[in-house]
Design a protein around this ligand. Structure first.
Ligand code: TXA
Ligand code: MG
Length: 333
């Protein structure tokens, strides 16, 4: 495994060409996007895609997002391009939005997990875009973490999680958005949000001129069957996570004492709460976007500190917090 540092704003051409070569030859390249780091492989090469599943320990029923440099390139992977796709791509690409569209047969089953749809995205990060343009191929890329664990927002997180399972890591510094893209299924009517992200339901509705629906999260739901990656524990640190209300400080303190009495390391991730008697404390900003940017680094820090039980302050039950709330609830499962 090799790590190449690149300027996130204007990446060095030689480094990008090297990475593009690795991808074209069927290798794995981890690269920064504006959301999180991705683990990329040639999307039209089933053997290369199989290496992604192996490196991540990802169940093969969980499909991948294909990254391309433009909406025109995305269309070449789609059997049809619904009106909703056209509007959303026009408004939000390049950006943290993934569209699920009907798939063309050329897209391997290895990418779509055999579904009749494919997820496509044009990322906004200069390094990701340069890599996609230089390689000239569609790049399948899940987040560059082991399956169910916390996504990486720095190259160091990638190296820690995947090590020699990846051929090359492009280090473009910490990512900006910090949580994964919004995933919208435009094959259903009305369009359905399968995963909330920085592009909110209100922003989608505004661009479409109509409301979108949130996919139900219960395991038996149609959406869950269509997007198996939405299920179960996910985005989780090694620690057992307990979500706590700021108002419950007294009960939380006694829960922490219990953990300590058992000789286990406790940690906390706080936003408004003043303090807790834990072995490792992380503070996050009040603003939802700033919180999202720093959340995964804080969860990685809990892991690195050997925390066994993490107390995470719940965030407000407001639309601006929907994406963060989703990640916290999954981490706590
Ligand atoms: O921000 C992101 O989207 C990052 C960066 C690297 O682009 N990627 C990412 O990929 O988060 P991953 O594999 O961790 O999450 C992809 C999600 C999964 O939940 C998967 O189930 C869903 O997208 N997905 C992929 N293809 C799908 C399809 N055809 N239909 C429904 N859901 C799909
Ligand atoms: Mg992921």
């Amino acid at each position: 495994m090799e790590v190449l540092a690149v300027d996130p704003a204007s990446p060095d051409e030689t480094a990008i060409r090297r990475a593009a070569d690795v991808l074209r030859r069927g290798g794995l390249v981890a690269f920064p996007t504006e959301t999180v780091y991705g683990l990329g492989a040639h999307a039209l090469d089933p053997a290369a895609v199989a290496r992604i599943y192996e490196a991540k320990g990802r169940p093969t029923f969980n499909p991948l997002i294909v990254h391309v440099a433009s909406a025109a390139a995305a269309k070449t992977l789609a059997r049809t391009w619904p009106e909703a796709a056209a509007r959303l791509a026009e408004r939000f690409w390049p950006g943290p939005l993934t569209l699920v569209v009907p798939r063309r047969p050329e897209v391997p089953d290895a990418v779509t997990a055999g579904l009749d749809s494919v997820a496509v995205r044009v990322p906004a990060h200069p390094v990701a875009l340069a890599l996609l343009r230089a390689s000239g191929i569609p790049v399948a890329a899940p987040s560059a973490n082991r399956s169910t664990r916390v996504s990486p927002t720095t190259a160091r997180h990638v190296v820690r999680a995947l090590g020699n399972r990846v051929d090359l890591v492009l280090d473009g510094g910490p990512t900006d958005v910090g949580i994964e893209s919004t995933v919208v299924d435009v094959t259903s009517d009305p369009p359905e949000v399968l995963r909330p992200g920085a592009i909110s339901s209100a922003m989608l509705a505004e661009a479409l001129g109509r409301d979108v629906v949130m996919a139900p999260r219960s395991s038996g739901s149609k959406a869950a069957r269509r997007s198996p990656g939405m299920l179960a524990r996910h985005y989780a640190p090694s620690a057992k996570v307990r979500l706590v209300w700021p108002d419950d400080a007294v009960a939380v303190r006694s829960a922490i004492e219990e953990v300590s009495a058992q000789g286990r390391r406790s940690g906390a991730l706080l936003r408004t709460m003043m303090d807790l008697p834990v072995s490792h404390l992380e503070r996050l900003p009040h603003d939802p976007a700033a919180y999202a940017r720093r959340l995964y680094a804080a969860l990685h820090a809990l892991d690195e500190a050997g925390v066994e039980v993490a107390f995470i302050e719940r965030v407000p039950d407001e639309p601006a917090w929907a994406a963060v709330r989703d990640r916290l609830e999954r981490a706590a499962r």
